[in-house]
Design a protein around this ligand. Sequence first.
Ligand SMILES: [Zn+2]
Ligand SMILES: [Zn+2]
Length: 465
Amino acid sequence: MAASSNSSLSGSSVSSDPEDYQPPIWKSYLYQLQQEAPRPKRITCPQEMESRPKYYGREFHGMISREYADELLVGAEGAYLIRESQRQPGTHTLALRFGHQTLNYRLFYDGKHFVGEKRFESVHDLVTDALITLYIETKAAEYIAKMTTNPIYEHLGYTSLLKGTMVHRLSRGRTEPRRVTFQRDERISSPLVQRTALKDTPEKQCFYEKIHNFKVHTFRGPHWCEYCANFMWGLIAQGVHCSDCGLNVHKQCSKLVPSDCQPDLRRIKKVYSCDLTTLVKAHNTTRPMVVDMCIREIELRGMNSEGLYRVSGFSEHVEEVRLAFDRDGDKADISASAYADINIIAGALKLYLRDLPIPVITFDLYSTFIQSAKLPNAESRLEAIHESLLQLPPAHYETLRYLMAHLKRVTQLAKDNLMSSENLGIVYGPTLMQPPEQNALITLNDMRQQKLVVQLMIEHEDVLF
Ligand SMILES: [Zn+2]
Ligand SMILES: [Zn+2]
C-alpha cells in the first residue's frame, strides 16, 4: 500500500540508508471509529405508495410531515426514510436519525443518488457513508483538525528525497540565469560563442519540482493516508490518489504535500503526449529523450540536408518512430539503418513537441511571449523575451535551451540546408507556441509573433539562455 517500495524512488540518487528506514506506523483511531459508526436502518412504509419514484424502495413514505417522519425514526440511531416534501411536491428529503436528532437532507437523483458532492449507486450506500462521516467528524473533530500537523511523510522517503533535491538544486539545478543587459550601443548579436559539439550532460539526474496529479479516488478496502498516517474514512471517495506516482492521501492532506512527485515508470504508459515534466521525472533525465535522441541523430547525419525541418518525412514512417518511442523509450532505434531519410527524424521531433499536452512555451506564458514580440524596440523586445523565458518551468526551459542551440547550428549551415532563422521560425513557431484557446482567428493573428519569438530565440540564443 505504501509507495515506499516504488522503483523510481529507490533508483534515485539520494542515498537514504536502509538502516534508517522505519516503516510508518499507521494510526488506527479513525478506523476504530468507522467500525463503531451506526449502521443504516431502513424504515419501510407499510403500504405501497403510488407516488414512489422507481429508483426508491420501500423506504419511500410519500408526502408525510416532518414531525411524523421524526416519530417514525425516533430512538434508533442510523434509522432513515425518504419523504416527499409537502412544501415543494416532487422534491425528496432524506430523513436520517443521528446524534439523537433527525437530520433532513434534500435528496437528488440523476442516475446516482446524492445530497452533496459524493455520488452513490444506492440510498443505502449514501446513508452508510453519511453515518460514517457524521460519526467520525463529530467524535474526532479536534483530532482531524490536528492530524496534519505531525506528518509521517518523510518516513516514506519523499521528504528526504526533497531535502537532497534542495541541496542539489542550489548547486547545479537550472543553469544560473544570466542577467543580461541589453545596451543600446552594443550589437545584440554578440560574437557567437560556438558551443562545442553536443555532448550528453554528465549528470543524469534532474531535480525538477513536479506537482502530484491528484484525483478523487474510491479505495476498496481500508486505506491509510501516506501523509498523516491516519485512516481514510468513508465508503467512497475517501481521499485522493496521484495517478503519476501512486501516492494516496486525504483530500485535506493533499494541500500540504510538497511538489515532489516522482512518477513511476510503470504508470507512465507513453512518451508522446505525456506531460514534459512528468516524462523527464519518470525517466530521470534533464530533457525528454525524444529531443536528445532526435537532435543527436540529426547532428550526426542531417545538418546539410536541404530544407531540414521544412520538408516533411513520409507520415507513416514518422508515426512508426512515435510508436517506437512510446514502446521502447530511449531504446528506440532511429538510426540511419532504420530510417535513412533524416526528414522522418526531424518530423518525429516536431510531432513530439506539437503533441505535448502543455506546449514547450506554456499556455500560461503564451500571451507574455506574444506581447514581448510586439514591442517596437528591439532591445526591450529581447529583454521581455528573456524575462518570459525565466518564468518557464525548468524542464521546459532546459528543453527550449537545448533546441535553440541546435537550431542555431542548423542556421550556421544555411548555405547547404537553406534554413535561415526566419524559415525555422515559421516551422517552429506554431510547434512551440499554441494559444490557450484554440481559435483559428487568434492563431492567424499571432503567427507573425510566433515566428518572430522563435527567430529571435535562435539568433540570440547565446545571450537569451
Ligand atoms: Zn505524485
Ligand atoms: Zn492524511
